[in-house]
Design a protein around this ligand. Sequence first.
Ligand code: SF4
Length: 363
Amino acid sequence: MDPGHAMFSETLKAAARPAKYFVKPEPDDLGVKIRCRLCPRECVIREGEMGYCGVRGVLDGELVTFIWGRPSSIAVDPVEKKPLYHFHPGSLVLSLGTIGCNFRCKHCQNWTISMADADSAGFRLLESEPIEPSALVEICRRHGATGVSFTYNEPTIWMEYVLDTFHYFREHTDYYTCLVTNAFISPEPLEDVLQVTDAYRADLKTIRPENLVKMAEYNHPEKVLETIARVAKSGVHLEVVTNIVTNWNDSEEEIREMAEWMADNVPLDTPWHFTRYFPHNEYREDATPVATLRFAERIARERGFKFVYLGNLPGADGDTTCPKCGQTLISRAGYSAHILVDEPRCPACGEPLRSLVLPERKN
Ligand code: SF4
């Protein structure tokens, strides 16, 4: 027996399900090793070991996921909390997260789940029995949710469950599906999930390799950029979030570089949210100055972005207004939204609002 094999407990082995997205090279002198291709990190994993995200491993010569159907967190949230401001505004969305992540952001506000892994106490944070997608539909019905989202930690790392859930929802309900993600995913699973997701809420954390290394131990931000650019072309609803973090991605130069890249690669009516960082976990710099957020907002607007929002900032105006005449289209207070339009068009001046996806009205 491979010495590493004993690392997996009987509980973990019982939870294992076949994983997708890998290449399986020839065994070498040390035994089998499998390259995971779910995200660009492309971990090479040996028998009894976990990948970087801490939830996928090699068991009996096969790549497996240990977390199919096992959330650590499940709640019904306003969709504005994701944040998604132009997608079914005012709706409730069933929200699920598990443990693990393919990044290691030192300021992660959900670090207690994102930095846990399945091979330790982390597994005890999860549902003891897997939840079938059909049961998620029932939870939506009971709580008035009209969609399902994978959020809280990085959804990519349990893509097998995300895909099974989204396919089930597409086939059996008219509820929407959405991802809240760091966009660090490989092209093949991205194409698969784009077939069944209605909204993709992507982080643009940094555009600089030296900054990504500090938070993600990975130095190719272009992998994230490629994902965002691909989603922008796919027809799937896209909103982008940049959490401006003190003394990390908050230089004027980097904010300008991000705005340049965004303007060249995504439509200018894509909602772009700048959110305020607060100290979490091991990152203890002061909260983002309001002036820095206002600067980012100004630069994005100067580059032509029509819908720029500030988040985690009490008192910030979260209303959606017509970029042409200024008419208020959706008014917001906290996470509640009041929709003032019947169709994606300004009622005052007729400006089309291509990035606004409204819930269907049921008479
Ligand atoms: S999904 Fe996990 S195991 Fe697979 S390459 Fe990414 S970090 Fe590694």
